[in-house]
Design a protein around this ligand. Structure first.
Ligand code: 5GP
Length: 121
């Protein structure tokens, strides 16, 4: 699947569309989801042009992969939901049509601040 440069997260990354930023470094941008499903609902996205997790796993550099995984923990800590700063959270990635992915730029959802509930509703 080729990357769609007009997707909404590409526009957030380029600054064309605003977001409520939580954290940013060389590898990731994190911001609050516009339609939160839990008390805390953050998104963490890589800065590179990756459509989904499969694309990222195949094509991202080791630095980008480490940067994204480290970024998840940095954001969880910042939000007070990591294991050492809070009560934990759910990290979720939707991949493709059957995964329910709507925005074609890889993103991790972080749900916290309350129980995430059943794994699949
Ligand atoms: P997906 O279904 O692709 O895994 O999740 C896409 C997420 O992006 C949804 O939870 C949706 O609420 C969020 N979203 C869509 N458009 C925007 C936007 O313009 N800004 C922000 N912050 N979140 C968005």
């Amino acid at each position: 699947m080729s990357y769609d440069d007009n997707n909404i997260f590409a526009k957030i990354l380029s600054g064309q569309i605003p977001c409520k930023k939580i954290y940013e470094d060389d590898f990731v941008l994190s911001f609050y989801d516009i339609n939160p499903q839990k008390k805390i609902h953050a998104l963490v996205i890589p800065k590179g042009r990756y459509s989904n997790l499969d694309d990222f796993s195949i094509n991202a550099s080791s630095g980008e992969i480490v940067g994204l995984l480290k970024g998840l923990n940095i954001v969880a800590k910042k939000l007070g939901i990591s294991i050492d700063t809070g009560k934990g959270y759910r990290a979720l990635v939707n991949i493709g049509e059957h995964g329910g992915q709507e925005v074609p730029h890889l993103h991790f959802h972080l749900f916290g601040g309350e129980s995430a509930g059943r794994m699949i509703e």
